[in-house]
Design a protein around this ligand. Structure first.
Ligand code: PMP
Length: 451
């Protein structure tokens, strides 16, 4: 006989033993059980269809249901199911070579399984690099407030969103933060670019005050993703790279979200001129989420420090599953699709011809700013445009739920204090059709205008 709970169950997830990553108790999130996906759309267990306007967790760059990717993984699993990278296998070699080509300079890649791990790997490389090159006191890392770099202790410590940290602090020692290049809410004055450049000078001050002989690296995303789709002037990115060079501080570019085409360049930092980061971290779009895989790509001159004969230059770091052969062939296939289907040009064009219409939303009383780079959009939602008071979580929740009721999944982020999640986030698969993009624009428009 069925228990009362089983009789009333509407979803396989209810009362199940799965601990999902919902932010709070959210019956809506708990009830959603996905079954299948094709293109930009997925179906839940009841057969209802949704357009995934956030690409899962901003990772499904080539969309759901690519059989070419599934076949590549299956074939590899049949051929060589697993092999550790304490030795070598061909898919990992081919992928590392491909990443170096895409990055546009000589990079050596260490593979792991998630964005958090890729950043942890970068931190350990940076510290050891300075030891190997005679600067053992350089151990500190500087990130920016509002940025997110992952969930593990080191990556969380680089993250500067108080809401996410408060229950788990203190984090790892040696991590510190400066103001983000957030011209909409900046302590500095002037044009957007001037405000961002002032934030870069704040970073320089920080390095000087801390003592440049103690600072190992700066970690930054070219566009702050989880902290609210904060898009700086690219002059800021160029200036930060310059400051790092001036002070022998390594630049770690977190491309976990912006890498592999999301912003209309293969990597977000390519929007800036002449920036070649010392370390680039990637995950998400690297496999379009089809397999867990992350990369920490290290410029040749930094890697060289790990090849010194007669010194203990061994990098004491290993990942059982990092660079799994099936994940590497999936990444290679994913990159082949991005290149052969000219997806980056597509993003550039359609982000203008189709998604540009979202900018009209700035006429709405609750939309303080529309930020967009490629298929990466943030709507800064406010109660009042003069005070810039963030729109309440309840109203943001209504917008997200309103879109979902019409078959569109969008996100909310920012996750900071004060304000919570007042940024509406849209990041559809890069393969979304023109109709898909029209559907996104029409749905978001109608829901916001019905407020
Ligand atoms: N860096 C950035 C910029 C991210 O957005 C994320 C995840 N959202 C991470 C790192 C961590 O990635 P993962 O969840 O794969 O550990």
């Amino acid at each position: 006989m069925k228990t009362e709970k089983e009789v009333n169950r509407v979803s396989a997830a209810e009362d199940s033993h799965l601990w999902n990553a919902m932010h709070k108790y959210d019956p809506e999130a708990k009830a959603m059980v996905a079954e299948s996906g094709k293109g930009s759309w997925f179906k839940d267990e009841n057969g209802d269809q949704y357009l995934d306007g956030v690409s899962g967790l901003w990772c499904l760059n080539v969309g759901y249901g690519r059989e070419d990717i599934a076949d590549a993984a299956a074939n590899q699993l049949k051929k060589l199911a697993y092999f550790p990278l304490t030795m070598n296998h061909k898919p990992a070699i081919q992928l590392a070579n491909k990443l170096s080509e895409l990055l546009g300079a000589q990079y050596q890649t260490f593979f792991s399984n998630s964005g958090s791990e890729a950043n942890e790997t970068a931190f350990k490389i940076a510290r050891q690099y300075h030891i190997q090159t005679g600067n053992p006191t350089k151990y500190k890392f500087i990130g920016r407030y509002r940025a997110y770099h992952g969930s593990t202790m080191g990556a969380m410590s680089a993250t500067a969103q108080a809401n996410r940290r408060v229950k788990y602090d203190p984090g790892a020692p040696g991590f510190m933060h400066v103001a983000p290049p957030y011209s909409y809410r900046s302590l500095y004055s002037g044009t957007a670019e001037e405000k961002d450049l002032a934030a870069a000078e704040e970073l320089k001050e920080k390095i000087i005050w801390e003592g440049e002989e103690t600072v190992a690296a700066v970690i930054m995303e070219p566009i702050i993703s989880g902290g609210g789709v904060i898009i700086p002037s690219m002059k800021y990115v160029e200036r930060v790279a310059e400051i790092c060079k001036e002070h022998q501080v390594l630049l770690i570019m977190d491309e976990v979200v912006s890498g592999l085409g999301r912003t209309g360049e293969m990597f977000g930092f390519k929007h800036a001129n002449g920036v070649t980061p010392d370390i680039v971290t990637m995950a998400k779009g690297l496999t379009s989420g089809y397999m867990p895989l992350a990369a920490t790509s290290v410029k040749e001159d930094v890697f060289y420090a790990f090849k010194q004969e007669g010194k203990d230059s061994h990098f004491r770091h290993v990942s059982t599953y990092g660079g799994h052969p099936a994940a590497c062939v999936v990444a290679l296939e994913n990159i082949r699709i991005i290149e052969e289907e000219d997806i980056i040009n597509r993003v550039r064009q359609l982000s203008q011809t189709k998604l540009e219409a979202l900018h009209d939303l700035t006429e709405h009383k609750n939309v303080g700013e529309v930020r967009q780079k490629g298929f990466f959009i943030g709507l800064e939602m406010v109660e009042d445009k003069d005070t810039k008071e963030p729109l309440s979580e309840a109203k943001i929740g209504e917008i997200v739920a309103g879109c979902k009721a019409k078959g569109l999944i969008i996100g909310k982020n920012g996750d900071t204090v004060p304000g919570g999640n007042n940024i509406i986030m849209i990041a559809p698969p890069l393969t979304s059709t023109e109709d898909d993009l029209d559907f996104i624009v029409d749905t978001v428009n109608s829901v916001i205008h019905s407020m």
